[in-house]
Design a protein around this ligand. Structure first.
Ligand SMILES: C[S@@+](CC[C@H](N)C(=O)[O-])C[C@H]1O[C@@H](n2cnc3c(N)ncnc32)[C@H](O)[C@@H]1O
Length: 201
């Protein structure tokens, strides 16, 4: 009986995971990202002329970010997502690169700002997240802003990531972790459904 229950839980997790992948590509998520999420995450921050987007996925934020800055470089780990988004934004001011946020293929001080929407919890350990923080600090120019949006730990999010990665970034420790990576003026703001991080290089 327990085995059957575990199997049902696993299948549910797989469906939730497919749902997450599918949902991030929907027009609804793109609308929510453009109208609600980005205005809140970007509030009071200067993007400068070259923004790094980390974990772009199907690109819910990419075109809108391209409207807000002169140039966007979107990094995505998944080859299929990267290829599809690259084909879509090709010819615009956005460039898509397949790569890993914990080992950024860019020279020091390349970007005026960086943003990661729902990407950090997909890094497989706290160590990889800290490596990503250090890498983001390295590729930002002095005074460049790093902005992120994340979800908190909870059973629904855990189930949704059963066949995926879910290493939640806890809001309170984010401050010392980003400070250890070299960032200053780190702020974390909570909202129903998630929280935003702002840290300055
Ligand atoms: C939940 S999706 C969010 C996608 C998009 N930011 C959005 O809000 O719709 C997380 C994305 O991060 C990508 N990702 C996971 N690990 C990564 C890594 N190490 N480097 C870059 N991207 C990564 C995943 O492939 C996935 O597309």
């Amino acid at each position: 009986m327990l085995a059957v229950e575990l199997r049902v839980f696993e299948v549910f997790g797989l469906l939730m995971n497919l749902y997450e992948t599918w949902f991030c590509g929907t027009r609804l998520w793109r609308w929510v990202t453009r109208r609600q999420l980005l205005p809140w995450v970007l509030q009071g921050s200067e993007l400068g002329e070259h923004l790094l987007e980390l974990g772009a996925g199907p690109g819910a934020a990419t075109e809108e970010l391209g409207r807000l800055t002169a140039r966007v470089t979107s990094l995505e780990y998944d080859h299929a997502f990267a290829a599809k988004l690259g084909a879509r934004v090709n010819g615009s001011n956005a460039t898509v690169i397949q790569g890993d946020a914990a080992a950024l293929p860019f020279a020091d001080g390349t970007f005026s700002s960086a943003i990661a929407i729902l990407m950090l919890h997909h890094l497989r350990s706290n160590e990889l997240q800290d490596r990503a923080f250090a890498e983001i600090w390295r590729v930002l120019r002095p005074s460049g802003a790093f902005l992120a949006f994340e979800i908190q730990d909870g059973w629904l999010h855990r189930v949704a990531h059963i066949r995926s990665t879910f290493v939640p970034v806890a809001p309170a420790p984010a401050l010392p972790r980003l400070t250890a990576a070299g960032f200053s003026n780190v702020t974390v703001d909570m909202k129903r459904g998630g929280f935003r991080i702002r840290a300055m290089r």
